[in-house]
Design a binder for this molecule. Structure first.
Ligand code: ZN
Length: 316
């Protein structure tokens, strides 16, 4: 039974009127997962806030204090895209904590094959946050915090992070650019000034981490078939890292009609991509796979996409 972190507390990060990253995203997803019967097939874990020591593995203490203080001052913009409210700091810590709890759950020694996949339905997203800079709706880089937790607490040294959000996971890339223990694969729309502008195929890591960053740059206008083939090929290459855990930054803004991303994918495509990444996890790490909601801004398409993704995680 897939672990599933969904809690009304994640609605409390208020980004103000008209912002695409809004709490209605989670409301619409939750509603569909309940009505489709998928939520009932999952074990719900309550979120526990990440501790300062968890965050400190990725972000300096001064950064955490800055975010906390900025949020406590009321509504404001951390960067031109990233509004916060007094609750945002607390909610972001819970989102990081949710991912840590999910990692702990799938890595439990007695976890049955069905208990080795998890989905964290949380916000704000995280993959644009660098160690010292909030960016693109993101405060803390949850997937990086979870990977560092898996390294420090569980002693894992071959982690694979896959990021299929339509935007390049620049923050995650920055954090692990020199780390040979974490292979980072991002497939994203690239070119024509598309946000955030990084993620060319030439960015492959540095120092000891050379070769452990993998960018698949996709042009707008790609066919669904070509996208899937590019993803499958990239996973084949990433599998050479022989991961002992797979983490997934699952954004759904590559979906057709997404007001921010739109690479023309259909919601059911995310079921297929989920199958591909589960095949990899099954081959290398007993199926251990933790997924985190990143972007996705067309409410109906987002909810449908998450439904296909969760159904794929639940499939035996
Ligand atoms: Zn995105």
């Amino acid at each position: 039974m897939t672990w599933f972190l969904d809690d009304p507390v994640f609605l409390q990060h208020d980004t103000g009127p008209g912002h695409p990253e809004r709490s209605d995203r989670l409301r619409v997803i939750s509603k569909l997962l309940q009505s489709s019967g998928l939520a009932a097939k999952c074990t719900v874990l309550p979120p526990v806030a990440a501790k300062a020591t968890d965050i400190a593995r990725v972000h300096p203490g001064a950064y955490l204090r800055h975010i906390e203080e900025f949020c406590s001052n009321g509504l404001g913009y951390l960067d031109p895209d990233t509004p916060v409210c007094p609750k945002s700091h607390e909610v972001a810590l819970l989102a990081s904590g949710a991912l840590i709890a999910a990692v702990d759950a799938v890595l439990r020694e007695d976890a049955s094959p069905r208990e080795r996949t998890a989905f964290c339905l949380v916000r704000p997203p995280g993959h644009h946050a660098t160690p010292t800079k909030p960016m693109g709706f993101c405060l803390y880089n949850h997937i990086a915090v979870a990977a560092r937790h898996a390294q420090a607490v569980h002693g894992l040294n071959r982690i694979l992070i896959v990021d299929w959000d339509v935007h390049h996971g620049n923050g995650t890339q920055d954090i692990f650019y020199e780390d040979p223990g974490v292979h980072f694969l991002s497939i994203h729309r690239y070119g024509g000034g598309f946000y955030p502008g990084t993620g060319s195929t030439g960015e492959t890591g540095t120092g000891e981490g050379l070769g452990t960053t993998q960018n698949v740059a996709i042009k707008q206008g790609v066919t669904r078939k070509a996208y899937r083939e590019a993803f499958q090929q990239a996973l084949e290459q990433a599998a050479r890292h022989k991961p002992d855990l797979v983490l997934l930054s699952a954004g759904f803004d590559a979906c057709r009609g997404d007001p921010v991303g739109d690479l023309g994918l259909e919601p059911e495509d995310f079921g297929e991509l989920t199958k591909d990444i589960r095949d990899l996890a099954n081959s290398h790490c007993g199926g251990r796979l933790v997924s985190l909601l990143e972007g996705g801004y067309h409410l109906e398409q987002l909810a449908e996409s998450v439904k296909h993704h969760l159904a794929g995680l639940l499939k035996e």
